[in-house]
Design a protein around this ligand. Structure first.
Ligand code: GDP
Ligand code: IMO
Ligand code: MG
Length: 432
């Protein structure tokens, strides 16, 4: 039976989703992005060549795979243009394979201006956003004043909508944030020009997915960001503005819950976070520096250094439940090579009490102290190992501990950035 798999980040993003989406895309007819926007940075390494994708689904380097951008994605046409042109210049066929939902909310220049002005105004309480206008674009969608992809192809409708929207946003920009207002005529011309570049890609993505399902084709849903950045279930307000958890698959692409046969949760063998907000296991010592150096932990979108720490099994096990994770893919195991000892956080201390669940009030996250279990490390090199039995025994034991403490079986392990550097324990797509 064909299967549809959702790939989601189980931590704070950058778990290595792009690499795994690319790998599994070989098995599918279509790969779908369903939330987020070009705040994502998904890295693929194939025969030493690195590609970072922001908006285009990570199936694009597998020939023949259809790449769909669902209605839940906030689309920046200018960012998309750069990405499409860069790939096409490398000989990757994007134009005939990329399809975009008519309902995608559009990220306009004013969204980026508002995002940056607002971050500046928050000062020390800034979220540390990617500055890509993601939050303001989702706000316009929810307030029912946003521009959608289909509007870009209808000049009269776009002009009348933009008149009203700019009346509002220009007032806020000028009088609240003291930023230069935008010229409506220029915004309109830009939007029409960019819209025309992608006119042929407009698609009923939801309907296309139903067709593929009915024809028994395999589909892959590609999550962006991580579960702890979810607008509802994450470390609010230090989150992104979409549902990064499993519900986003259905609302962001227009399929039923029965369209998700398997949820693959991607987790690093440790933890990273980029931007502000609670991170109970964050390390400020040499160990943190070593994780950052060995893992090359620099943001793929903004180039900011990622904060690093030990694996947090309290946080990850929560997201196993929130997402209904079928199996885990543990990435960057090789980064832990050479450590004397490794730690996994299995409880928190809050106001002198030991708790094994996340705190009731998200505002309490800041006061949490991690409680660790310690595991022996290994000195051998695990980079590129493709069989579980070839891993050092202590690495096998660490994976078993991850499975036990996080509450989901480890079905895949990534041992390097290359497409081929994986251990497959149980393959998410059925082989029959
Ligand atoms: P994503 O946003 O979840 O797709 O992850 P990113 O691409 O932002 O960050 C993951 C980084 O780790 C990228 O630079 C990958 O090339 C790299 N990577 C992925 N898996 C592995 C692995 O198993 N080992 C090592 N050393 N690097 C990996
Ligand atoms: P991928 O898909 C890691 C973080 C930002 C910030 C917060 C809100 O590569 O895993 P936003 O610009 O979305 O309003 O910023 O979310 N963030 C990410 N962190 N990986 C990402 O994407 C992220 N996308 C957004 O750093 O803390
Ligand atoms: Mg990333």
């Amino acid at each position: 039976m064909a299967k549809s798999v959702a790939i989601l980040g189980a931590q704070w993003g950058d778990e290595g989703k792009g690499k795994i989406v690319d790998l599994l895309s070989e098995q599918v007819s279509a790969v779908v992005r369903f939330q987020g926007g070009h705040n994502a940075g998904h890295t693929l390494v194939i025969d030493g060549e690195k590609t970072v994708l922001h908006l285009i689904p990570s199936g694009i380097l597998q020939p023949g795979v259809e790449c769909l951008i669902g209605n839940g994605v906030v689309l920046s046409p200018s960012a998309l243009k750069v990405e499409v042109e860069t790939l096409e210049a490398r000989g990757v066929d994007v134009f005939s394979r990329l399809k975009i939902s008519a309902s995608c909310p559009i990220i306009m220049g004013y969204h980026e201006l508002i995002d940056m002005a607002r971050e500046k105004a928050r000062g020390s309480e800034a979220i540390g956003t990617t500055g890509r206008g993601i939050g303001p674009a989702y706000e316009d969608k929810v307030s029912r004043r946003g521009i959608r992809f289909a509007d870009l192809l209808n000049p009269q409708r776009l002009e009348s909508k933009l008149d009203q929207i700019l009346d509002y946003h220009n007032f806020v920009l000028e009088h609240y944030y003291q930023v230069e207002p935008l010229n409506p005529g220029m915004v309109l011309d830009d939007a029409l020009q960019l819209g025309a570049c992608f006119a042929d890609m407009i698609t009923d993505v939801s309907g296309r997915l139903h067709q593929l399902r009915d024809a028994g084709k395999n589909i892959l849903f590609e999550g962006a960001q991580g579960s702890w950045l979810d607008i509802d279930h994450g470390t609010y307000p230090y989150v992104t503005s979409s549902n990064t958890t499993v519900g986003g698959v259905c609302t962001g692409s227009g399929v039923g819950i029965d369209a998700v046969d398997y949820v693959l949760g991607i987790t690093k063998a440790y933890t990273t976070r980029v931007g502000s907000g609670p991170f109970p296991t964050e390390l400020f010592d040499d160990v943190g520096v070593r994780l950052a150096e060995r893992g090359h932990e620099v943001g793929a979108t903004t180039g900011r250094p990622r904060r690093c720490g030990w694996l947090d099994a309290v946080a990850t096990s929560r997201m196993v439940k929130v997402n209904g994770i079928t199996g885990l893919c543990v990435t960057k195991l090789d980064v832990l090579d050479g450590f004397e000892e490794l730690k996994i956080c299995t409880a928190y201390k809050l106001a002198g009490e030991i708790i094994t669940q996340i705190p009731l009030d998200a505002e309490n996250w800041g006061q949490i102290e991690p409680v660790y279990e310690v595991f022996p490390g290994w000195q051998e090199n695990t980079r590129g190992i493709t069989e579980l039995a070839k891993l050092p025994l202590n690495a096998q034991a660490y994976l078993q501990a991850m499975e036990d403490r996080c509450g989901a079986p480890v079905h895949m392990v990534s041992t390097g950035p290359e497409r081929t550097e994986n251990i497959i324990i149980q393959f998410p797509y059925s082989q029959d």
